[in-house]
Ligand binder design. Structure first.
Ligand code: FES
Length: 331
């Protein structure tokens, strides 16, 4: 854990005030707590001050302590304890917090730190030339299952490689950070196993999975079981008659990542195949599903995740219809 001190006096502004909108929000937030417990609002208020000014100044800490009738030292304890609070000016577009605790370190955090050093600045907390980016190493952020990861603002970016982190940093540097998908950067759903669920399957999903495996096994020619031949046989040809028909990229493609099991990488492969809409996926017949499954080397996942029913719901009524059918939000 790094030593966390307030910024030097020369950087500290003389005063702090919430802007009009945030002042109304702060009052409402304080009033959520029972009489005598208003101090519980300190973390949301400090976070809002950081979002407003980019970092937490001494003036902000003292102002918030006054608003909550707290001793300054109590508010300072909170501000200096949590690494989520920036006590010095940081990059205006992104401050990249790289987790350097053991699971992330074992899975490549050092490579991510190298990227930060080369793309942002050699030293943590120093800003890049135009002041838009900065970085630091932090302790475990609670996403170890998808290590290695970074936090930017309120979002996490997981299952990273140095190359993917470079792309993410580029996007933030260009002011397009909001376009980067958050969470796992590979085809993993939240913290589920890579390649799909392996436990807690519903009876229906289990049956489909067993049937898909049995079908795949039955269709596997015995003579083709040598490993190199098996791999080659799995990938169907692009000229195969069962390949689903593609279309030209429409002006507004559907967000295929709303289908559980489709991440950024799979979506881009689907686009290469000319698949851009939920209606296309919903129309796939069994042979076409089998072809796509084989092309993605998904081992029956399209059936297990029921892409067709998901796509039907999304094509019919978007997220609202999906929630009606599946009882939860997509993704
Ligand atoms: S060790 Fe990195 S998130 Fe837990």
């Amino acid at each position: 854990m790094s030593v966390r001190r307030l910024a030097e006096d020369q950087f500290q502004p003389a005063a702090f005030a919430f802007n009009a909108e945030n002042a109304v929000w702060a009052e409402k937030t304080i009033n959520k707590y029972p009489e005598g417990r208003q101090q519980s609002a300190i973390i949301p208020l400090m976070m809002r001050a950081q979002e407003q000014d980019g970092w937490v100044t001494r003036a902000a800490i003292e102002k918030i302590a006054d608003m909550l009738d707290m001793a300054y030292i109590r508010a300072l304890e909170v501000a200096t304890f949590y690494t989520q609070f920036q006590l010095n000016p940081v990059g205006t577009r992104a401050h990249v917090q790289v987790c350097g605790t053991t699971p992330c370190m074992l899975r490549g955090a050092e490579g991510l730190i190298k990227v930060c050093k080369s793309r942002i600045h050699d030293h943590a907390f120093e800003r890049n030339a135009d002041g838009t980016l900065s970085w630091e190493e932090v302790e475990c952020q609670g996403a170890c299952v998808n290590a290695p990861m970074v936090v930017i603002g309120k979002d996490t970016y997981e299952d990273l490689t140095p190359a993917r982190l470079e792309e993410i940093i580029d996007a933030f540097a260009a002011g397009k950070g909001s376009e980067v998908p958050t969470g796992p950067q590979i085809d993993r759903v939240f913290s589920a196993p890579e390649g799909g669920l392996t436990s807690l399957l519903s009876d229906e999903t289990k049956a489909k999975s067993v049937a898909a495996k049995a079908k795949a096994a039955a269709e596997q020619p015995i003579a083709d079981t040598a490993p190199e031949k098996t791999e080659a046989a799995k990938k169907p040809s692009l000229d195969d008659k069962d390949r689903p028909a593609g279309i030209e990229r429409p002006a507004q493609p559907d967000d295929l990542r709303l289908i559980s099991g489709v991440g950024p990488k799979i979506e881009s492969i689907l686009h290469e195949l000319g698949i851009f809409t939920f209606a296309q996926v919903a129309s796939w017949h069994e042979a076409e599903r089998h072809w796509v499954d084989g092309y993605l080397n998904f081992k029956g996942r399209i059936e297990r995740d029921d892409w067709v029913r998901q796509a039907e719901a999304l094509a019919k009524g978007g997220e609202a219809e999906y929630i009606k059918v599946f009882g939860k939000k997509p993704r």
